[in-house]
Design a protein around this ligand. Structure first.
Ligand SMILES: Nc1ncnc2c1ncn2[C@@H]1O[C@H](COP(=O)(O)OP(=O)(O)OP(=O)(O)O)[C@@H](O)[C@H]1O
Ligand SMILES: [Mg+2]
Length: 1080
């Protein structure tokens, strides 16, 4: 739903000055201040928009704002320039009414900005499309170009427009822009040659020097340094926040968009450069023979460069600065120019060059933005023209006079149009017209523009008059002609009341403008009005070989010499203002009145006196008064009824009849006095703002009551909804709870029933079981009793049959069973087949003891036999030998146990293989049974010497260990016995049979670790041989040995620790050899 709002909503102060109550200058300014402080820079006076310059950017020009104001009624939203633009555009588009937007205000009040906002708004809301967008873009981009050439920094405004501008934007029947036409008014060309303190020349000069590339500057023969040019003021060459270089790029870009050709841009820049060069020309006097001074150019370099730039012959221009040709009635008279005249001529040329260039630019832009169609167009004109200008100290000159004249004219059409509009509306609405008292400034306009005796006419007359014409003569003329005029004041006028007015200097006159009195100094009026450019100069310019210059100075064409004086500036301006006014009168006017809040270009400062001054000369109070003269406020019936219908029961909430009747009922009901309002055809007219505020106040109160009512109903509704929800929830919860409780109860009952049931069933079952058990037991008892009884009967009957041999049978059977079990058990627990395994299962019964041992023995024998049967012959012989050794020495000699583990290898020296013993081996005939190294004990000292001991079947041989040389060879037959000790030593004595051949040398006492093997082998040879007796083996710790003739006793004694661990043999005396053997 669209929200209906009104200007009257959320007002800061009042949005429309018409509603101000009470109306006075103070309340007016206070309202402006209040709104300004809240950034509400726009305020209405009816349909006029007052715009305060905020001097800061406000977020009120966004695309969203455009959308907000688009297609809304003027009073629907808070005041805004967009509302005015929208109103104008819509009535142009929908009602086919041409529009003009008149923007006025003093310098720096924001006129140019306002015109741009209006243009950008219209561009945003009007149609779109490639062609339309191009037109829009060209229209918008004409601004930067014109601003660069026509704007300058002044003390009042950093971007002050130094020309008046009126732009007609043309639309087709749909409201799409087609093109435009720009008119310019009175460029302030004096600025080109001289600028007031703190101000600058036109922007383009600075932009060109800062922004052009080095190359361009070189082409234009310019230097980047501003100080090189006389026409550029230096004290404010740079402006804060203004980037001239960037602006130059923008301007060039804009020129391109608008449609300037590259060579046109170049020509324009050449002209700008030429103006700068012109300013640098200086003159010096040169005496002539006729006694007059003639001016000469001092430094011709600048002139040369300028002429090169413009394609002018240097001598022609040089001459034009020294001579002046006066033509009258076919006569040509050439006079010299003095230095002052030369400077005057130079400046006049510069000013003309620049102002004509500016006009050419405007025409060139117009050519580009011209609508391409010839069909009827709707037009919206935007006028951005200098506002009323009053300088303090009476420093007002010709320009101010012209400007103020223009503003008088504008004020006139403003009053005329406002009143006309007001009157038209009254007629339209059928309301009686009451005459409105207001000040009509037509009389002032007449004072200035009257063809007969108007000030401008006087001035022209004076300028054209032959004879000496000065500003003073002009003032004199005014003093006589205008003396009687009530708005003209001069000290020397015939009106004697000013004779003593010291605020009015003698060289001034004062005009009482509608906006206040302005003192004009006559100095320069004549010159400025004449605006003379010596013909020689225009002719020199025409001769230039430069396309643009030629066009700018058509009067220089010698073929079209016109001896008539050119039109004066005043005349031209009056004519163009006249055209403008005519043009404006055909259009529906929309006013934007710009006000600047302070002189400091600062945000937030509101200077009452300054604003008051502007309010006065903009005639705003007058404006409000005119607007309020009849009826202060008017509104269509529908929105009025919509807004106030809540004030009356009959109209609230809906009125069924026509809106007008509704409003009538409403006002009657509210008892508003009948003289306070009038009913128009479509609108209600309210005479006094008080009535409106009464309605507003009532509405506010009513809205509060309504709000309370709505609040009450809403709260009631909310609480009830909440309550119903709670109730519904409660029912749901209760239902669920009940269900749950019943479920629980049922489950309890069910489980109790099951318990009771199971108990009963259990009890019943147990009872039955008991009965069954009892029955069964009875049956069993019967069976048992009968069995016993039967058994007893049988036993009693058969006892006599089995008692006699049952014992033996049972015994045999038992024994048999026991034996069977014994053997089966033994079979399972048999020990291993190893002969050394001593284990044997325990016997189960004592009576089997004998048999058990016997079985063990048999088993052992059997497994020994089994073991033996695996032996080879060789191994068997070895074991036999080992057995023989055990029989001989076991438990008899302590050395024996150490020999058990040694294999009886026999040949330890490998006699057959060792080449050392080859000879020895060959000497032995039989197979060597044993070959080892033994110690032969020296009989004399008991020390041992190593000998090879060889044993064959027949003999034993002792040989040298090193050489293998046989030391002794003894046939075994000669051997009678062998003596060894009982201890762990290796000593053995080989005793020889007495009388044998070998015995001659005596017995041998030898020692060997392998004694057991040696003796066993020796003994076994004896046992095996038939012819020899078995060799006796004598084991004792003391035995006799035959050493040659002596018998020596060899005694073995236990070793003492002193002797160490080894066996020691010592000859004690002739008869005793003591061998100490360490105890094991
Ligand atoms: N609505 C605005 N919002 C923000 N700044 C503004 C607004 N209007 C004006 N200004 C500021 O004030 C300066 C002066 O405005 P503008 O050039 O429009 O004045 P003017 O009335 O055209 O003056 P002149 O008569 O000298 O040309 C602008 O450069 C801008 O900084
Ligand atoms: Mg401006």
């Amino acid at each position: 739903m669209e929200v209906k709002t009104s200007l009257l909503d959320n007002m800061i102060g009042v949005g429309d000055m018409v509603l101000i109550e009470p109306l006075s200058e103070d309340t007016f300014i206070e309202n402006l201040r209040k709104r300004f402080e809240h950034n509400e820079i726009y305020t209405y006076i009816g349909s006029v928009v007052i715009s305060m310059n905020p001097y800061k950017s406000l977020p009120i020009y966004t695309a969203e704002k455009v959308e907000e104001y688009r297609n809304r009624n003027f009073y629907e939203l808070s005041p805004h320039i967009y509302a005015l633009a929208d109103e104008a555009y819509r009535s142009l588009r929908d009602q086919d009414k041409d529009q003009c937007i008149l923007i006025t205000g003093e310098s720096g009040a924001g006129k140019t900005e306002a015109s741009k906002f209006v243009m950008s708004y219209v561009a945003a809301v009007c149609g779109k499309g490639q062609e339309v967008n191009k037109v829009k873009e060209q229209l918008l981009q004409s601004n930067p170009v014109l601003e660069a050439f026509g704007n300058a920094k002044t003390v009042r405004n950093d971007n002050s427009s130094r020309f008046g501008k009126y732009m007609d934007i043309e639309f087709d029947f749909k409201g799409d822009p087609l093109g435009g036409v720009i008119s310019n008014y009175l460029l302030e060309k004096s600025r080109v040659v001289k600028q007031p303190r703190g101000e600058r020349n036109f922007h383009i000069f600075y932009q060109l020097l800062s922004g052009a590339s080095d190359d361009t500057l070189k082409k234009l023969k310019l230097d980047r340094d501003f100080s090189k040019y006389n026409y550029l003021s230096l004290d404010s060459a740079t402006v804060n926040g203004l980037d001239d270089a960037a602006c130059f790029r923008t301007v060039r870009n804009a020129m391109q968009i608008v449609g300037f050709m590259e060579d046109e841009v170049q020509s324009v820049l050449e002209l700008v450069a030429a103006v700068l060069k012109l300013g640098n020309l200086e003159f010096k006097p040169e005496s002539r023979c006729n006694g007059f001074d003639e001016s000469r150019i001092k430094d011709k370099n600048d002139l040369k460069e300028m002429c090169e730039l413009l394609g002018i012959e240097q001598s022609v221009l040089e001459r034009a600065f020294s001579f002046r040709t006066v033509e009258a009635k076919m006569e040509k008279v050439s006079t010299t120019l003095n230095v002052a005249q030369a400077y005057y001529a130079r400046d006049a040329l510069a000013k003309n060059l620049y102002s004509r260039l500016f006009s050419w630019l405007v025409n060139r832009i117009n050519e580009s933005i011209k609508a391409q169609t010839k069909s009827r167009k709707k037009v919206m004109g935007v006028l951005d023209i200098y506002g009323f200008e009053i300088f303090e100290n009476g420093d007002n000159s010709f320009e101010q006079f012209i400007i103020n004249y223009c503003n008088e004219k504008l004020q006139q059409i403003f009053i005329e149009l406002t009143l006309r509009e007001e009157q038209e509306e009254y007629i339209r609405e059928g309301i009686e017209w009451t005459n409105i008292e207001y000040f009509n400034n037509a009389i002032i306009c007449d004072l200035i523009e009257n063809n007969k005796n108007g000030i401008l006419a006087m001035l022209d007359e004076e300028c054209l008059r032959p004879g000496t014409v000065t500003d003073e003569t002009f003032l004199d003329k005014l003093n006589t002609v205008c003396a009687e005029h009530q708005h003209f004041e001069s000290r020397q006028s015939k009106n004697s009341k000013f004779l003593t007015d010291h605020s009015l200097p003698h060289n001034c006159f004062r005009i009482q403008h509608y906006a206040g009195k302005v003192l004009y100094r006559v100095e320069g009026f004549v010159d400025k009005n004449n605006d003379l450019l010596y013909r020689d100069l225009s002719q020199a310019m025409y001769k230039a070989n430069h396309s643009l210059i030629k066009i700018l100075f058509p009067e220089g064409n010698p073929a079209k010499v016109n001896l008539k004086r050119p039109l004066t500036a005043g005349f031209q301006f009056r004519a163009s203002v006249g055209t403008l006014m005519k043009n404006l009168l055909t259009k529906n006017p929309n006013y934007i009145r710009c006000i600047k809040p302070n002189d400091k270009k600062a945000a937030h400062i509101f200077t009452d006196s300054l604003v008051c001054h502007q309010v006065r000369y903009l005639g705003l109070m007058e404006n409000v008064r005119v607007r309020r003269a009849g009826y202060a406020f008017r509104q269509a019936y529908e929105p009025c009824l919509e807004r106030y219908k809540m004030l009356c029961k009959q109209t609230w909430p809906h009125w069924k009849g026509p809106a007008r009747e509704g409003v009538e009922v409403l006002l009657k009901n509210l008892q508003v006095p009948a003289e306070e309002f009038a009913y128009g055809r479509s609108k209600i007219f309210i005479r006094n703002p008080r009535t409106l505020f009464f309605l507003e106040e009532k509405r506010r109160q009513c809205l509060e009551d309504l709000a309370t009512l709505i609040q009450k109903i809403y709260r009631g509704w909310k609480c009830r909804t909440h309550f119903l929800l709670l109730k519904k929830s409660q029912v749901v919860v209760a239902a669920w709870y009940r269900r749950f409780a019943q479920q629980k109860k049922y489950q309890n009952i069910r489980s109790s029933a099951l318990v009771v049931q199971s108990y009963i069933r259990g009890w019943k079952a147990r009872k039955l079981l008991r009965e069954l058990k009892h029955k069964k037991r009875c049956e069993e008892a019967v069976t048992t009793i009968s069995a016993y009884w039967h058994g007893t009967q049988v036993r009693r009957e058969y006892r006599k049959f089995f008692r006699a041999n049952a014992g033996k049978k049972i015994y045999d059977f038992t024994i048999q069973r026991i034996m069977q079990k014994y053997f089966m058990g033994l079979k399972k627990t048999m020990p291993s087949m190893s002969p050394v395994d001593k284990s044997w299962p325990a016997r189960p019964y004592g009576f089997l003891d004998g048999m058990h041992q016997e079985l063990r023995r048999i088993f052992h024998l059997w497994r020994c036999k089994k073991y033996r049967s695996q032996f080879t012959e060789e191994k068997k012989a070895t074991y036999e030998e080992k057995l023989a050794a055990s029989e001989l020495f076991k438990d008899k000699k302590a050395l024996y146990p150490s020999s058990v583990g040694q294999p009886f290898k026999g040949d330890y020296v490998e006699i057959t293989k060792n080449p050392k013993y080859q000879k020895l081996n060959s000497l032995v005939e039989d197979k060597v049974l044993l070959a080892d190294v033994v110690s032969k004990i020296n009989r004399a000292n008991g020390k041992g010497a190593p000998r090879i001991f060889l044993l064959t079947k027949k003999s034993l041989v002792l040989a040298d260990q090193k050489t293998g040389q046989v030391k002794a060879s003894v046939p075994l037959l000669d051997l009678s016995s062998v003596s060894v000790s009982t201890q762990s030593d290796g000593f053995f004595a080989l005793k020889l049979k007495e009388g044998s051949t070998s015995a001659a040398k005596g017995d041998f006492l030898l020692s060997s670790d392998r004694l057991i093997e040696i003796i066993t082998k020796l003994h076994r040879i004896g046992a095996a041989s038939a012819e020899r007796n078995q060799i006796n083996i004598d084991i004792s710790d003391e035995f006799l040995v035959q050493f040659k003739q002596d018998k020596v006793c060899v005694k073995f004694i236990p070793g003492t620790p002193k002797n160490g661990n080894g066996v020691a043999c010592k000859r004690k005396n002739n008869r005793l050899l003591e061998v100490s053997v360490p105890s094991p």
